[in-house]
Design a binder for this molecule. Sequence first.
Ligand SMILES: [Mg+2]
Length: 488
Amino acid sequence: MDTKPQKKSLQVPPKRPHLTRLSSMTSTKDDVSDGGTDVVVVPHRYMLKRSQSFSSGFAASLGKARKEVGSMDIEDEAAVLPTSPESPGSPEMFGATPEESAPATPITPITPLDGLPSADTFAFAFDIDGVLVRGGQAIPEAIEAMKMLNGENKYGVKVPYIFLTNGGGKTEAERCLDLSRQLDISISPAQFICGHSPMRELTEAYGTVLVVGGEGEKCRQVAEGYGFKDVITPGDIIKHDSATTPFRKLTAEELRCSKSGRDLSKVKIEAIFVFADSRDWAGDCQIMLDLAMSKGGYLGTLSETFDEGPPIFFSHSDMVWSAAHANVRLGMGALRRMLETLFRDVTKGKELDTIAFGKPQIPTFEFATRLLRQWRKDEHEIDAPPETVYFIGDTPESDIRGTNEFNKHSENDWFSVLVKTGVWQEGTEPAYKPRATVDNVLEAVKFGLDREFGEKGAKVPTKNIIEPLCLADAGEVPAGAIPTATLR
Ligand SMILES: [Mg+2]
């Protein structure tokens, strides 16, 4: 139920955290790889904080999710429901004490460095493909929508936001660089979750792993960056034994990059991770099937019971996605379905239980909740969960379904908004019903702002008179450099 927020006085922090803010618009991928100073906005510090803050909680969620999902049909409604009401939305979810997770105070303008207050009772979370970007290009209204969230709105407030995409295939930092350029804003990895982000929590659980999908060696690099110690790719396996895929020959570049030098038939592959969309469905399916049917993950063996293979993790389960083509394209969920069907057919009826992360899985939304809380604390100095999170998506089966299911159990209100610029086609009945449907992401942002400050009656924060401070020029901001705000 909506409650009418009360106006509170401005809370001005005595000093801002030590910040070095550089433009991600001019940074290169090499900058990211090298870890130099010219990296994206607030890159490493927040990532460290996040990993320290979230590791145990999210790992616990994943462990629970694995048990749940492993015994469920992913298409079943129950697959996205937690087994107990205290899981999502509980204080533990936020990594906070009950006092800390109490409902946020009404609109309390915080004073960031640019002089604009931040709305603290609500936030936004965005899907990317079909909402902000399509076919590698920004959706026209997306740039305006981001400006609006960053303060160019009639209420004069900044609104915290994060990104939650099922896509992947690059490091979070690289995806942020891409998105920063596409949307003409600076985006931090600390406000970004992609499909395979949760897999970083599983590096201690498995030794040698097969990583599938993505361009070239990119996903091997991502996996190693997460901390996986022994990463094998389908290219390594084909290079080791070219008979693995009779009609698939490695290119000269693939031969050069694929690793060799050990007998892979002696190596136990403990888990399979599909990090990004496969570029070779036939070859990747063959290799995953070989391992799923193997004795304990050893290539070249064949189980008699077909239940000894390694676990298979997919970074999401979207059947289709919105790309440059006029019609939707097959996604990772289609590969997953194909693999399970093939396994059933070749084993004459055995079921293959695979595990998917990403939306609409509940742990992904729990992870997003923790990330949003950390982002609001670090960037906006708001140390409490928002009352409302507007989730903007284009796919009813993942975005809307996940948001609605998570909202049934979360303490704060996750409000689903469907846009018409992606997977969902106007005139059709969405498989999962959003609480609002709008033309595009700009209309979605306007909707949220107007609902908060209009319908819900929130007071527009009083504008302070702090002069904007240009962080891009300021470099490191010395403690105490921030003037005290004067209210009027
Ligand atoms: Mg989408």
